[in-house]
Design a protein around this ligand. Sequence first.
Ligand SMILES: *[C@@H]1O[C@H](CO)[C@@H](O)[C@H](O)[C@H]1NC(C)=O
Ligand SMILES: *[C@@H]1O[C@H](CO)[C@@H](O)[C@H](O)[C@H]1NC(C)=O
Ligand SMILES: *[C@@H]1O[C@H](CO)[C@@H](O)[C@H](O)[C@H]1NC(C)=O
Ligand SMILES: *[C@@H]1O[C@H](CO)[C@@H](O)[C@H](O)[C@H]1NC(C)=O
Ligand SMILES: *[C@@H]1O[C@H](CO)[C@@H](O)[C@H](O)[C@H]1NC(C)=O
Length: 233
Amino acid sequence: MEHLVYLLILGICSLNILVYCENIDNGINQSEERTLLQRIEELERLTKKNEEINRAQAQEISQLKKDLHQEKKKNNSDGKLTKRQGNETPVAFYGKMLALNSNSGNVSNQVIKFDKIITNIGNAYQSNTGRITVPVSGIYVFSLTAMASYRTDTHVGIYVNDQLKTYLKLNGPEHEFDTMTQTAVYYLHQFDNVSVKHTKTNATLRGDYTAFTGFLLEQDYGYIISNGNNIVG
Ligand SMILES: *[C@@H]1O[C@H](CO)[C@@H](O)[C@H](O)[C@H]1NC(C)=O
Ligand SMILES: *[C@@H]1O[C@H](CO)[C@@H](O)[C@H](O)[C@H]1NC(C)=O
Ligand SMILES: *[C@@H]1O[C@H](CO)[C@@H](O)[C@H](O)[C@H]1NC(C)=O
Ligand SMILES: *[C@@H]1O[C@H](CO)[C@@H](O)[C@H](O)[C@H]1NC(C)=O
Ligand SMILES: *[C@@H]1O[C@H](CO)[C@@H](O)[C@H](O)[C@H]1NC(C)=O
């Protein structure tokens, strides 16, 4: 009887093993299946989340592109230049008077020409007229040094568009020379001209000791002066 029970139990166990083996043959057991399903659900959730993030980023990129386009259009319609380097048009002049410039008689308003041109970057100085014509608007620096011979009363000035701006008064004493320097900074508009002139009759300037220099300090790309309320001179 006992043996019979054992045999029966053994039989049931073998049956179980068979059923179990059949399950394995089919591929995966229930626990694995649950785990896999959970992982698939998790992946689906992550994919959805990524899709949402991608959509939001695409929207943001498209908005940024629109903004950039607008900004560029605005800049162009303002007609403003874009600064690419310090000065796109370098201007620098340095010239001296070589010969004694002795002008008895009325030399008032006469443009003084500088015949020894040492620097003329940008060709702003024209030797035929003795004038500097500035090619671009901006802040310019000028420096004029003059020497008067003895016994002469020499007055010279820096003129912008034929208007006296800076003045040098020299009075050479009996056996001495008189010398003076003035440095000036002007905001100039494109094509303004700058010259050095006598402002008095009977003036005498010493060659080689009389020199004039000017250069573009900063080109105006449209943001130095907007309404002319800070124009110099
Ligand atoms: C299902 O299979 C895994 C590994 O294949 C195993 O660790 C686990 O115990 C099994 N579960 C059942 C209920 O048989
Ligand atoms: C527009 O101009 C401003 C200066 O006026 C500059 O800072 C900006 O970078 C410009 N934008 C573009 C898109 O060119
Ligand atoms: C000198 O000439 C200028 C014109 O170039 C004239 O305005 C001025 O009155 C003259 N001065 C004298 C003292 O003749
Ligand atoms: C310099 O400016 C004056 C005054 O605007 C003008 O009459 C003259 O023609 C200009 N000269 C040159 C060389 O540009
Ligand atoms: C200029 O000099 C001449 C002589 O060199 C003199 O006759 C004349 O009076 C002087 N004129 C002035 C305005 O000083």
